[in-house]
Ligand binder design. Structure first.
Ligand code: ADP
Ligand code: F6P
Length: 324
């Protein structure tokens, strides 16, 4: 029979994402509603190993649903990728009577959660990353806010790019994934979208398209470049030299990770956080909550980590067609 769950922990790990606070709030309040104690583990797995563990009350999560970032702070922790680090982490959970942990983060954080589960600490993952690069889910907490933040910034760059009749390369985050770039490309009506999943490195073809666009009367040329391709500044220099069109690079950077979460991020985060806490309270372990084909579901962590997903080809083709 599954051990009775009396206390659970919650942590955020990897890059922060707007909406993580809403997820933390949902975990705390759902568990407390079921008479289960909650401990906040600060700074992800790094804080676990340092025993930075605090008791959480219902009021600990008051007034955070609208705040970007994570009140628990976050970190990347190399030590936790070692067997010794994981063993210590599990021991510390036992010392603090933590029966299970909700881990809010991306694939890397779920790998850590899988390791803790194998050591007898129940874990449930909640997908939180602006990159949307968790294969088992169509939605990750933070993507909606980040893509809207980037879209607004790109609109602003477009104004000045048009006034100066320039070409603008705008680099968006996403690590090795092109979801943010694809969405901005479509949402901002960009002339070109460079995705790590699709770009073949043919810069001459890109330059030819810019020249064609100028001949057809376009006053600006917006290129969304994904971080996974990078090199936006040097690309801008080469485009300017080849086309004679003034070209500027803008790297949006960490502003995309901040700011008040959109309603969508708050709602999905609240539901996913609550579902994760419920799973832990039921004694479940080694699962990740996901949103798939219009439903909230959960998967075995190892199965989830083996899933793959790709940029939808039809969406990519439509994006290219709409700018011609
Ligand atoms: P994300 O969770 O957004 O993918 P990272 O890949 O940076 O972010 O992973 C976050 C943290 O998860 C790492 O700093 C590390 O502590 C932990 N982690 C990543 N991979 C593993 C692994 N294979 N085993 C155990 N812990 C891991
Ligand atoms: O995973 C989120 C993310 O913002 C990626 O898009 C980016 O590659 C990375 O984190 C940046 O990490 P850091 O904040 O450590 O520079």
């Amino acid at each position: 029979m599954a051990k009775e769950v009396k206390t659970i922990g919650v942590l955020t790990s990897g890059g922060d994402a707007p909406g993580m606070n809403a997820a933390i709030r949902a975990v705390v309040r759902t568990a407390m509603n079921k008479g289960i104690k909650v401990k906040g583990i600060m700074r992800g797995y790094a804080g676990l190993l340092q025993e930075e563990i605090v008791d959480m009350e219902s009021t600990s999560v008051s007034n955070i649903i609208y705040r970007g970032g994570t009140i628990l702070y976050t970190a990347r922790c190399m030590e936790f990728t070692t067997e010794e680090g994981q063993r210590q982490g599990a021991e510390i959970c036992r010392k603090h009577n933590i029966d299970g942990i909700v881990v809010i983060g991306g694939d890397g954080s779920f790998r850590g959660a899988g390791k803790l589960a194998a050591l007898g600490i129940n874990t449930i993952g909640v997908p939180g990353t602006i990159d949307l690069d968790v294969a088992c889910t169509d939605y990750t907490i933070g993507f909606d806010t980040a893509v809207n933040t980037a879209m607004e910034a790109i609109d602003k760059v477009r104004d000045t790019s048009t006034s100066h009749e320039r070409c603008s390369i705008i680099e968006v985050m996403g690590r090795n994934a092109g979801y943010l770039a694809l969405w901005c490309g479509i949402g901002n009506g960009a002339e070109d979208i460079l995705l790590p999943e699709r770009y073949n490195g043919d810069e001459q073809a890109l330059i030819n398209r810019i020249i064609e666009n100028r001949k057809s009367g376009k006053k600006h040329n917006i290129i969304i470049n994904a971080e996974g391709i990078g090199h936006s500044t040097s690309m801008a220099r080469r485009i300017e030299a080849a086309t004679g069109i003034e070209t500027r690079a803008t790297i949006l950077g960490h502003m995309q990770r901040g700011g008040t979460p959109t309603c969508k991020d708050r709602v999905y985060a609240s539901i996913m956080g609550a579902k994760a806490a419920m799973l832990l309270c039921e004694g479940k372990s080694n699962r990740v909550v996901a949103y798939k084909n219009g439903e909230y579901v959960d998967y075995d962590i190892q199965e989830a980590l083996q899933m793959t997903k790709d940029i939808p080809e039809d969406q990519y083709e439509i994006a290219q067609m709409l700018v011609k």
